[in-house]
Design a protein around this ligand. Structure first.
Ligand code: MTE
Length: 307
């Protein structure tokens, strides 16, 4: 199969015959109703956060039915259809590399004692669509501090689980598996960077990256790696999946930046998922609107070069 690149955003109605589109909406509505009627999931106890946006969150339906998760296919509906096959419990995350206390922990151990906050964040995909998502998560810095970051650690590398028997996308070379991402150490320690274990106050749906995924709200969505099994503190900038796949198009930094276009489309505007068929596109904000917390980290860097 040919590798499939990201494409700029199109509406469902542009690409899907109307009856399929309508049936799909009905199917999702029924599934959402069944979920609501089913046994109550354990609600997470989350604290509010000063970092939350006051914009209205997208619906649970939007957030769980329009996903990118290539381990389950390249279509936006594939993760919702197929991610149920991934067994997310028990689950362990290995923290290793340049740390004083390397180890392998259950998700519960990894985040134990750290404040679990609801962070309502803007989320901007490289494909020029966006959503508002109420994540439940802990600051990554809390986990890293506990592991004891050594002075030589300049970057953090993340890896997704490799389980082709449960993740059909991994049986094709559409990407160089396992999915990998990375941050510079100051980006990883920034208080906006979270490891999320839930959304809308409930455990993370599989299609959104259960049981634990990264969220870096000033960067394009592909930096927010799902189903993490390894967090490694390293000295050198680690290889990252989309950068390996197409280095001219996806850089290591990938900060949301309306001034730096993707080579194949503009990043100046975005479509808010769920805003309705007649809502216009909106302007994209540099660093996705989080500049006051993150711009200093890039002072003096040419962001057209370090895209
Ligand atoms: N993580 C893994 N393991 N595999 C993926 O394909 N897709 C990325 C990111 N994390 C991806 C991933 C992309 S391109 C985006 S936009 C976000 O997940 C989508 O997150 P969401 O489905 O929760 O909106």
């Amino acid at each position: 199969m040919m590798p499939q690149h990201f494409k700029p955003d199109l509406r469902w109605s542009d690409t899907t015959p109307k009856h399929v589109f309508l049936n799909r909406r009905r199917f999702i509505a029924a599934a959402t109703a069944a979920l609501a009627a089913g046994p109550a999931m354990a609600r997470l106890q989350t604290l509010p956060s000063a970092y939350s946006t006051d914009e209205a969150p997208n619906s649970l339906e939007d957030i769980t039915s329009y996903n990118n998760y290539y381990e389950f296919g390249t279509g936006k509906g594939d993760p919702a259809a197929a991610a149920g096959a991934l067994a997310t419990s028990p689950w362990t995350v290995t923290v290793d590399g340049l740390v004083d206390r390397p180890g392998t922990y259950s998700v519960e151990e990894l985040i134990a004692g750290l404040p679990l906050e609801e962070r309502i964040y803007r989320f901007r995909c490289v494909e020029a669509w966006s959503m508002i998502v109420p994540w439940a998560g802990v600051e990554l810095s809390g986990v890293l501090k506990r592991a004891g970051v050594r002075p030589g650690a300049k970057f953090v590398a993340f890896q997704t689980v490799m389980r082709p028997e449960e993740m059909p996308g991994q049986r094709s070379p559409i990407l160089d598996w396992p999915y990998r991402e990375g941050l510079r150490i100051d980006e990883a320690m920034n208080p906006l960077t979270i490891l999320a274990t839930g959304l809308y106050g409930e455990p993370m749906p599989n299609q959104n990256g259960a049981p634990i995924r990264l969220v870096v709200p000033w960067k394009y969505g592909f930096k927010s790696i799902k189903a993490i099994v390894r967090i490694s503190l390293v000295a050198d900038q680690p290889p990252t999946t989309w950068n390996m796949m197409a280095p001219q198009e996806y850089g290591f930094y990938s900060n949301v930046n309306p001034e730096v276009d993707h080579p194949r489309w503009s990043q100046a505007t975005e479509r808010r998922i769920g805003a309705g068929l007649f809502a216009g596109r909106q302007d994209t904000i540099k660093f996705n609107g989080y500049g006051e917390y993150v711009a200093d980290m890039y002072a003096g860097m040419d962001l057209a070069k370090f895209y």
